[in-house]
Design a protein around this ligand. Sequence first.
Ligand code: TMP
Length: 222
Amino acid sequence: MVRGLFITLEGLDGSGKTTQIKRLAAWMQRRALPVTMTRQPGGTPLGDRIREILLDPVSTGVAPLTEMTLMFADRAQCIAQVIRPALETGQCVLCDRFTDSTEAYQGGGRELGSEVVLDLHRLVCGNLQPDLTLLLLPSLEVSLGRARSRNRRVAEKTGQDEGRFEQEQDAFYRRVWQKYREIAAREPERVVPIEGNLSVDEVHEQIVEAVAEKLLAMAGNQ
Ligand code: TMP
């Protein structure tokens, strides 16, 4: 059995990842490519409980190292329960956030640095790396504006507030943004940045172009 393609979507809160991952899954399914979608944190019953702890503004005073290791605890479960089994049965896995988020948010935003994140990645995730990472980079102002207003709407409607990160100051997000750019510059083979305030259709077009290219390259290598 040929291992499936592992694709991750990355970006700031409000960068449009969730909309784009759904459209990409539909595009792949129309081409009869088997797809498994997941997200981090979350994506497993245990991960959903970790997500609640991490995103609830009620969780105050969470130490950066606690935050980082909880993200990896969630990831370990998602890899064991969802990602590896799907890849091994030839499914393409579309994952909303992966270790780049930890490097950007905890390494950059919380200023833990990249090294500790990459070391933990090696320990916890072994050799598992995405084949392709689509990094959505609309401007900081657009991303944050969208994320904060979406969070207010959801909290009013459902009573569930996932806004612990959105409460952070702009300086935190500037560091996250900067770290994402650093990762893209370090790993240009894997990470495709999609920059600027583009329409949903324009972003989708760039995504399918990158995915089609990767699928062709994989087919060529088999
Ligand atoms: P999202 O699933 O709605 O994108 O939100 C998840 C939040 O968690 C988002 O603010 C980014 C943050 N996060 C981290 O700080 N580190 C991580 O490793 C991951 C996966 C997410």
